[in-house]
Design a protein around this ligand. Structure first.
Ligand SMILES: Cc1cc2nc3c(=O)[nH]c(=O)nc-3n(C[C@H](O)[C@H](O)[C@H](O)COP(=O)(O)O)c2cc1C
Length: 400
């Protein structure tokens, strides 16, 4: 049977060499109090103002302060990939210039180039530095690329003068982060069960039957449900994907394990989305050890796996909503219509697979079939967008 885990959203905090670096201590502590996981990265100049130990204790995680450190266990790529948001506070004129020009010669600029999450920077510097055309042009470049700037405030600066350049307040910086990651609450109080990925049906100790499903659609659906405020249970077959933040994941391998995990959770799910590509058949018997090479023809006897979607639909209470998926290689709409009626689901998501379509791709073109006979064809979209559109329709069904 599978294992279960849940992860909070992770904020990557980059600290650069400003006199305001000590404020990053309060920022990290505030973000932790708000329930975020935090990883801190420091530039060599930041190390002149603050120590990694403080951040290590506050964040509970290894601090990334040396690009070539021997003891660092995780790479900059892994650290950047985990982050839901990258906050650089305080951001020096030097960091802003390097980020605008793609220079990556310290931990913070290296992580900036390696990340693809929203980036927020809070500049802090002397007013003359802040107003310098070079700094202003670099800030404009970053803004054009989608970086969110928390403007510095007017006030007394560390150098003794007054003017605009003081790091924005800790409260303002934290509330900017929270607003950007704010969850919608349209599914608050609802439990959403999503299945994702393929299953693996063992032939012998080292071989199995499976399919090309990557799990991307199911993971995108789970992430979207969490964004809308739902309690999310993801049952996942073997994939190479990171678990979406905030989602409880149960890992399974076979169709029978997937069925058991679904039955354990289904009774408390308000919305169930069966996006996994469960193997239709499994070998009747699993060979012990490794099946030896033979020059004779071997016959693999297969038995049908239980139809999990049909079984759940038959147990469905009036208040529960079920979404099924139909992955077809031909006659898409005809086959999907039959499946919609046979399985008695509220919504069926039909898509063509094979020949480079659907499985394993980042984009998908699906048609939504509703139990009242309506059909809604969506354009080719990134799987995250497909997930949004599916949840928009689910919310419409729930509101009727
Ligand atoms: C005492 C002191 C305070 C500094 N404060 C700032 C600051 O608030 N903002 C800034 O842009 N640079 C400031 N600097 C200059 C930066 O530390 C310097 O440009 C450094 O190269 C920045 O490196 P980093 O961006 O890699 O952290 C300060 C320097 C010193 C010595």
């Amino acid at each position: 049977m599978g294992t279960t885990c849940s992860t909070p959203q992770e904020i990557l905090v980059g600290v650069t060499g400003s006199i305001a670096a000590y404020k990053a201590i309060e920022i990290v502590s505030g973000l932790k109090k708000s329930g975020f996981a935090v990883t801190v990265a420091l530039t060599p100049s930041a190390l002149k103002f603050v120590t990694p130990l403080t951040f290590e204790i506050l964040s509970g995680k290894e601090v990334y302060s040396e690009v070539f450190a021997e003891k660092t266990k995780v790479s900059h790529i892994e650290i950047a990939a985990r982050a839901s948001l990258f906050l650089v506070a305080p951001a020096t004129a030097n960091f802003i210039a390097k980020a605008a020009h793609g220079i990556a010669d310290d931990p913070v600029t290296l992580l900036y180039l390696s990340s693809n999450c929203p980036v927020v920077i809070a500049p802090a510097m002397n007013e003359r530095m802040f107003n310098h055309p070079a700094v202003q042009e670099n800030l404009e470049t970053l803004m054009r690329r989608g970086v969110i700037i928390v403007s510095p405030e007017e006030g007394r600066l560390a150098c003794g003068s007054t003017g605009k350049g003081r790091l924005a307040s800790v409260e303002k910086i934290i509330s900017t982060v929270e607003k950007l990651l704010k969850k919608r609450s349209t599914l608050k109080g609802k439990t959403v069960l999503v299945t994702a990925g393929p299953t693996q049906e063992k032939i012998d100790e080292i071989r199995y039957i499976s399919n090309y499903s990557s799990g991307k659609t199911g993971y995108a659906l789970a992430a979207e449900a969490f964004k809308r405020g739902a309690q999310v249970e993801l049952i996942s077959g073997p994939t190479n994907l990171e678990p979406p933040p905030g989602v409880n994941v149960t890992y399974v391998k076979t169709a029978l394990e997937m069925r058991k995990a679904c039955l354990d959770i289904f009774f408390r799910a308000d919305i169930t989305i069966m996006a996994a590509a469960v193997a239709d058949y499994r070998p009747v018997k699993k060979f012990d050890g490794k099946l030896k090479k033979s020059h004779n023809l071997i016959t693999l006897e297969l038995v049908e796996n239980p139809d999990i979607l049909k079984e759940l639909s038959s147990k469905k209470k009036k208040t529960q909503l079920i979404v099924g998926f139909a992955a077809e290689t031909s006659n898409l709409l005809e086959n999907a219509q039959v499946k919609l009626q046979e399985k008695k689901v509220d919504l069926l998501v039909a898509n063509l697979v094979g020949d480079g379509k659907g499985f394993g791709q980042d984009f998908n073109q699906v048609t939504l079939l509703f139990s009242d006979g309506r059909k809604h064809k969506l354009p080719l979209l990134p799987k995250e967008k497909v997930a949004e559109k599916i949840f928009d329709q689910i919310e419409k069904i729930l509101s009727n």
